[in-house]
Design a protein around this ligand. Sequence first.
Ligand code: URA
Length: 432
Amino acid sequence: MRMYDIILKKRAALPLTSEEIHFVISGYVNGDIPDYQVSALLMTIVFNGMNKDELGTLTLEMAKSGHMVDLSSIDGVTVDKHSTGGVGDKTTLIIAPLVAACGGKVAKMSGRGLGHTGGTIDKMESIPGLQTEMKQDAFIEQVNRIGLAVIGQSEGLAPADKKLYALRDVTGTVDSIPLIASSVMSKKLASGAQAILLDVKVGSGAFMKTLDDARQLAQAMVDIGKANGRFVKAILTDMDRPLGHAIGNALEIREVIDTLKGNGPEDLTHECLVMAAHMLVLGKICDYDTAFERVQQALDSGAALERLRLMISAQGGNARVLNDDGLLPVGRYTRDVIAQSNGYITHMNTEQCGVASVMLGAGRTVKDGPIDYGAGIVMHKKTGDAVSKADVIATLYAGDESLLDGAEKTYIDAITIDAVAPGVSNTILGIV
Ligand code: URA
């Protein structure tokens, strides 16, 4: 078998066989097939897609390229969630404690920031002392004891995805439905949870810009999960505006704590309650209406906040941050962003809001580069809000004063202000 022939076959839009897909993935992981040939194949997939059988085979080959985690010694149905990537998306750290407080078992492996999108592991590491690497035995013990653990993906988990993702990132081959579906689901199948809630983001800050594309991606991922015996549901959520008010690691942790104390932004709180309730249903705890009541009660009673406290302590972090947010890093230099005209914010280019946060130091500009945990943006006005010229619409935070000018310009350019108030949709756009 030759890689050259496989590229030509896919270029002609013909389906690949299981043997051919196995040849590509195993050859790429063990270094026999070079990046440039895999890049060419990825580009043909972007243009010609994959059928259901090819996608199923590709996903399993990627999952099995490394260690398949066995979570069977956790009591009860293990539930995981995965977001396709957003701006201001700190939902995991609110949802996991809500679900655990209601008896669910959340065994979650999360990622780091990618491009303009943030990552849960980076956010967690802004809490002093908190560890996100854990041996499998300790991970399982923690989930059995307190109902939740959120850790980074181990080196050996789906290494094919790791290699392919890095290549896609630099070859213009990220936003393809089969490539995203196989990337997400290979990691989810390998991480072992029996039930998976997928949060498929839609809009200017997401990889899927239209509802139609997001629905297709969601369906492809749900089909893969079900074909592999997992309970799966996908929720389509709005990413045409950042979620909540904070973007940036420690700033988002502050918002997580406020939300679990009942003082969070309405969009973020509602989205988290809905997703947590769906996770309880997937985890076979109860029906949706009962689940929604339970998660609301876990929020109101402080039980979910208590689960977050337990998780931070169990993972070596300083849980006093829950009562004293001065223990979290915060950018030393600030800049208020001022509205340039009167009217309403009619649109936020959410990808550019994320880029502005990265420019302040909250994300990486080179692979494995450093992060400034205290950097980011607090948005005081969002889509739909009325603004008067000279109102402060956002505050930027940075550890290096010279970063403020560029980020301010990018943020201002991302915001559209018009005379007519826009309709603002619910953040939950559909369920697959
Ligand atoms: N998240 C992933 O894990 N993979 C993708 O390809 C896109 C988002």
